[in-house]
Design a protein around this ligand. Structure first.
Ligand SMILES: Cc1cc2nc3c(=O)[nH]c(=O)nc-3n(C[C@H](O)[C@H](O)[C@H](O)COP(=O)(O)O)c2cc1C
Length: 184
């Protein structure tokens, strides 16, 4: 298997990171890989906000947590989802997993921005970094202070955020179904 295919195959969603800071040039390299993604009409309808401040992380967590908790409680109330959800309830930070970098992709067009996100997660893997796309981490729009800091305008959506950091422990290996293919 060539290196690109290996990197795509090895990328995992990491939910545990060590304390090492991620060098700025690596973050810039990852963003640059995102920026190379295809986009309709080459619109590159995205921009990036890198959160490394502990104060901001705390505000993000406190804002997203009540929404996360509601979903978590609902999952815990059903036997078919409780077993899988339980481990998240034991985590200190079940939203941003204490990752040193929270990278927001802000923009228009879900396809464009999602392609940009995937490029960045593959780039992170190629650089020995772990990543995770965390939808729960995007539930922060009701905090006007955060909206102001992100400079989020009404036409923009939040994609990701994507967590970045040096991975700790072992990745969770999800079962991947065989692709359904119809040849014509
Ligand atoms: C749109 C989207 C939202 C996601 N949101 C979360 C999230 O909030 N928290 C989380 O831990 N993982 C989240 N993930 C990661 C998925 O759980 C993960 O991709 C999936 O379990 C497959 O694992 P893999 O990425 O290692 O292949 C999200 C992934 C996507 C694409």
């Amino acid at each position: 298997m060539n290196l690109v295919l290996k990197t795509i195959k090895n990328r995992r969603s990491w939910r545990s990171y060590d304390d090492r800071n991620v060098p700025k040039d690596l973050i810039e390299t990852i963003i640059s890989a995102g920026n190379e993604a295809p986009s309709g009409g080459n619109s590159q309808s995205w921009r990036f906000v890198v959160v490394e401040s502990e104060t901001m992380r705390k505000k993000l967590f406190e804002t997203a947590y009540p929404k996360w908790k509601k979903i978590y409680d609902n999952l815990m109330s059903k036997p078919e989802t409780a077993k899988e959800a339980e481990k998240y309830g034991k985590m200190e930070d079940p939203i941003y997993y204490k990752a040193p970098i929270i990278l927001f992709v802000l923009g228009r067009g879900a396809v464009n921005c999602s392609l940009c996100c995937e490029n960045m997660m593959i780039a992170a893997e190629s650089l020995g970094l772990g990543s995770c796309y965390v939808y729960f981490g995007s539930l922060i729009k009701d905090n006007q202070e955060i909206v102001h800091v992100l400079e989020l305008d009404e036409k923009e959506e939040i994609y990701g955020p994507i967590l970045l950091g040096y991975p700790k422990g072992k990745p969770e290996i999800p079962l991947k179904k065989e692709p359904k293919i119809k040849w014509i």
